[in-house]
Design a protein around this ligand. Structure first.
Ligand code: NDP
Length: 448
């Protein structure tokens, strides 16, 4: 029997009632559901299987205590999580974030987004996300290593190469993955591809480090080409100074773009001369030091440092938010539109607030959502899983080509699903295309 049609407001108020205080998760749902509800209401099979009700509740949310001692033998307690959101199309897959802002709501938003993103890659990966409210800033290497080990002492119970395969995210890079992978092996006596983003000498994949940032710029290039334009000579403003930001900057520069800002949690640098590959490499080395501020860039090179500020008021053609959620708000979007920005492509997950998106839409700024534009990282993670299963490794050239193909395909899928007489709505296209794949798999699996 076909159920009655879903009403957006009723659905959202029910979600808010069931998940009190989870503001970031509600924000993600409010972003995505307006695009999905018409699809569900037009598809009796989705209604009958209550797909949307099921997809807005994670399969499970695991939380655990992580205890560790600092270099002075003082014992600390943090909270660790793994949100296993949906495994309809493959084992759970998604990063681990170590940041004081991590909580259940943030990880549910990230797991929800990840489920659709992974579907867009065309690879068989479900959605998950995890992490801890641990702040590595100012901690010694030994302290961070002990934290990673302690975290894995809990997490190992819940993951496996055919169950859930975490990766890195904010403050979790190849170093932290190495420590967690080492601990997993110690505990289980099992060498398996249970984490991605590993070092090349123990099962990691070429191109994984670069993949997210490179993929962002590849998506941008396809989007510009669709509108008869190129990146060459464009002035580009980037936020963040981590993995995604620096590799996006690198490929943008290689393609003829002029990148003039990077940022971190302390402020941003404006380099009127433009970043070069050497300067980007300097940023990467500098930020490896625990708690290092980008301010030192302004002393090292001829640039201006703006403390406690984001770069969105700097005049540009293209903006790439690559730091964290909600970093580009209505005021920032207004400044971008006023300054003639032509495109915003999300490197981070949900960096643009809902109000900001509306302002960009009204200003006719091209917009690419993170779940499409930053999917290159998880896509290469998917290829790392395949390499681990086959106990082989692919060449850098082969993986670089595979990444390009995947980003081109993601662009086409989103453009096709988001095209109308008014142009291409990439956000809608990504939501609808990712959702349909997961929903069809859920329907095929039946209901207990
Ligand atoms: P990193 O830890 O490498 O870098 C994060 C950067 O963002 C740092 O410069 C950090 O500054 C800055 N930052 C973090 N939190 C804040 C904040 N609250 N306010 C201002 N700046 C902040 O992370 P990644 O580059 O890996 O991730 C960046 C974004 O991209 C995240 O949204 C992540 O979820 C997303 N992403 C990452 C993928 C990956 O493969 N790594 C894949 C897909 C999405 P500071 O150094 O001062 O802390």
């Amino acid at each position: 029997m076909t159920k009655t049609k879903i009403n957006l407001d009723d659905f959202l108020s029910d979600l808010e009632r069931r998940t009190p205080g989870e503001d970031t998760f509600h924000q993600a749902a409010k972003d995505v559901l307006p695009d999905l509800i018409p699809v569900v209401n037009e598809t009796p099979a989705y209604r009958e299987a209550a797909i949307l009700e099921r997809l807005s509740e994670p399969d499970r949310t695991i939380s655990f205590r992580v205890e560790w001692s600092d270099d002075n033998n003082v014992v600390h307690v943090n909270r660790g999580y793994r949100v296993q959101f949906n495994d309809a199309i493959g084992p759970y897959k998604g990063g681990l974030r170590f940041h004081p802002t991590v909580n259940r709501s943030v990880l549910k938003f990230l797991g929800f987004e990840q489920t659709f993103k992974n579907a867009l890659t065309g690879l068989p990966m479900g959605g998950g996300k995890g992490g801890a409210d641990f702040d590595p800033a100012g901690r010694s290497e030994n302290e961070i290593m002990r934290f990673c080990q302690s975290f894995m002492q809990q997490l190992h119970r819940h993951i496996g190469p055919n169950i859930d395969i975490p990766a890195g995210d904010i403050n979790v890079g190849v170093r932290e993955i190495g420590w967690m992978f080492g601990e997993y092996r110690r505990i289980t006596n099992h060498f398996a591809g249970v984490l991605t983003g590993k070092g090349l000498s123990f099962g990691g994949s070429e191109m994984r480090t670069e993949a997210t940032g490179y993929g962002v710029v590849q998506f941008l290039c396809h989007m510009l080409a669709e509108h008869n334009d190129t990146i060459d000579g464009k002035t580009i403003v980037i936020s963040g100074a981590g993995n995604v930001a620096t590799f996006a900057a690198e490929l943008a520069v290689c393609n003829g773009g002029k990148v003039i800002t990077l940022s971190d949690s302390n402020g941003f640098i404006h380099d009127k001369n433009g970043l070069t590959l050497d300067k980007i490499s300097w940023v990467r080395d500098h930020k490896k030091q625990s708690g290092a501020s980008l301010e030192a860039y302004a002393d090292e090179f001829d640039a201006t440092w703006y403390p406690d500020a984001a770069p969105w008021s700097v005049e540009c053609d293209i903006a790439l938010p690559c730091a964290t959620q909600n970093e580009l708000d209505a005021e920032a979007a207004t400044a971008l539109v006023k300054n003639g920005c032509k495109a915003v492509v999300e490197g981070a997950n949900m960096p643009t607030t809902r109000d900001a998106k509306a302002i960009l839409r009204d200003g006719r700024v091209l917009f690419a959502p993170g779940k499409a534009a930053n999917a290159g990282g998880v896509a290469v993670s998917g290829l790392e899983i395949n390499q681990n299963r086959q106990r082989r490794s692919q060449s850098r050239d082969a993986l670089a080509e595979a990444l390009k193909d995947i980003m081109q395909n993601i662009h086409s899928v989103c453009a096709d699903a988001g095209r109308s007489k008014d142009g291409i709505d990439y956000a809608k296209g990504a939501n609808v295309a990712g959702f349909k794949k997961v929903a069809d798999a859920m329907c095929a699996a039946g209901i207990a």
